[in-house]
Design a protein around this ligand. Structure first.
Ligand code: GLV
Ligand code: MN
Ligand code: MN
Length: 413
């Protein structure tokens, strides 16, 4: 078979995706496979078996990242890497992350069954805890690997029940032996659903983002004074939840206030003691700010912080703010991005140069080696929800684009 004609098996890709979607399946058709949960373990076990089936050399590192290595003709050359993540949001979708891992696996199965030998080795990666939903922040597996985050800091992160990241990694049996640190990599590809409405709106099947926006995460803690809601007069209350409510609306208004390309969201809140007849005395909420312009996001945050302090003082609710996580915006390698567009053209897939508003492990990989991503449309632009969906034809097209991108890079000397 002509290498040019090589294409993935779309049906096999679909079956792998459907099999994985059973692990942590939710009644609404989504997936609940939080990082380092029992469901995560089950998905990993199956993934490792599939890697072994095609004779990949499997390594698990001390952050639980899973790698499968396929030999090259010149095996000492730095490998081409491709991957994504298998954890999901709480009641998330069946495509986020897993499509990039199964898409890469499908590309490697295709090479395997056609006995294609490439010049460079190829490594498939499943990065631990990309979502950052159970253990904040996001992208910690790739972040530690890239040297941007400290391993022990990641180990000490806790979930809402106080479980430590490291203890959970041990519990599910995925604290591996290999050191989690960067090695020479020729280039990195990540195949993913778009998670937004642009490709569908433009009628394009393949997207090649020029890069990823910056991501800034904050944790805000407020203290109030608890009391009986009935006898306590409205004047003089220190209601931590009311202070948070005012702050949350400031976050929502921030993009309009500062202009430019910026989004700001409060997605998580804990209220204590969370009883309808007690004035709340403790609130924690998160803030997520994203923009292509790092400075713009930082200046916007400064305005917000001043507002938060004013509200906290006026309401007599002491505030503590943690600047939890910042990843700078990631402009991808222009040559690789163009390669994705050219391959899509060549394969007859209408394509679009765009921006990623979602975070990906590719942000950290971009700090290590030339990086690019391949996007396929999200139906209705919906993601991080159970109804997240992508047409199987589009999944196949993205995997074919990935296959050829990986093959071209793996032939480079
Ligand atoms: C990753 O899922 C993100 O928050 O964009
Ligand atoms: Mn993802
Ligand atoms: Mn996600």
């Amino acid at each position: 078979m002509e290498i040019k004609e090589l294409s993935v098996n779309g049906q096999r890709l679909r079956e792998s995706m459907e099999r994985m979607a059973k692990i942590g399946a939710t009644p609404g058709g989504g997936v609940h496979r939080l990082a380092l949960s029992d469901e995560d373990r089950e998905g990993r076990d199956l993934f490792v078996r599939w890697l072994e089936d095609i004779e990949l050399d499997v390594t698990i590192d001390e952050m639980g990242n899973i790698f499968g290595r396929r030999q090259g003709r010149n095996d000492t050359l730095p490998p081409v890497m491709s991957g994504s993540h298998m954890d999901s949001q709480p009641s998330g979708g069946r495509f986020d992350g897993i499509l990039g891992v199964m898409g890469t696996l499908e590309a490697l199965r295709t090479l395997h069954e056609n006995r294609v030998v490439t010049e460079r080795p190829i490594v498939i990666a499943d990065w631990t805890n990309e979502e950052g939903s159970r253990f904040a922040p996001a992208m910690v597996g790739s972040g530690v690997w890239a040297g941007a985050l400290k391993r022990d800091w990641a180990y000490d992160r806790t979930d809402i029940h106080g479980n430590r990241f490291e203890a959970e990694l041990v519990r599910i049996g995925y604290k591996g032996q290999a050191k989690c640190e960067k090695r020479p990599v020729h280039c990195y590809y990540e195949y993913h659903i778009e998670q937004g409405p642009i490709l569908e709106r433009e009628g394009k099947g393949i997207g090649a983002p020029k890069g990823i926006v910056c991501l800034h995460w904050y944790d805000v803690y407020l203290k109030g004074e608890a009391n009986q809601v009935g006898p306590t007069p409205m004047e003089g209350r220190h209601d931590a939840l009311c202070a948070a409510a005012e702050m949350i609306l400031k976050v929502n208004k921030l993009p309009e206030r500062v202009g430019g390309n910026l989004v700001a969201t409060v997605g998580e809140i804990q209220n204590y003691p969370n009883s309808r007849n007690i004035i709340p005395d403790k609130v924690h909420f998160t803030v997520d700010i994203r923009s292509w312009d790092d400075d713009h996001a930082l200046k916007a945050w400064e305005l917000l912080r001043e507002d938060f302090e004013e509200i906290a003082a006026r309401r007599g609710c002491p505030i503590t703010i943690e600047e939890t996580w910042r990843v700078q915006h990631s402009p991808f390698d222009a040559k690789l991005v163009q390669r994705i567009l050219d391959i899509a053209d060549h394969l007859g897939y209408p394509n679009l140069h765009m921006v990623s508003g979602a975070g990906h492990d590719a942000s950290y990989m971009n700090q290590v080696c030339p990086t690019a991503m391949i996007f396929v449309p999200s139906i209705g632009g919906r993601s991080h929800v159970e109804v997240e969906n992508t047409r199987w034809e589009d999944c196949e097209a993205g995997a074919n684009t990935l296959l050829h991108a990986v093959m071209q890079s793996a032939e480079e000397h």
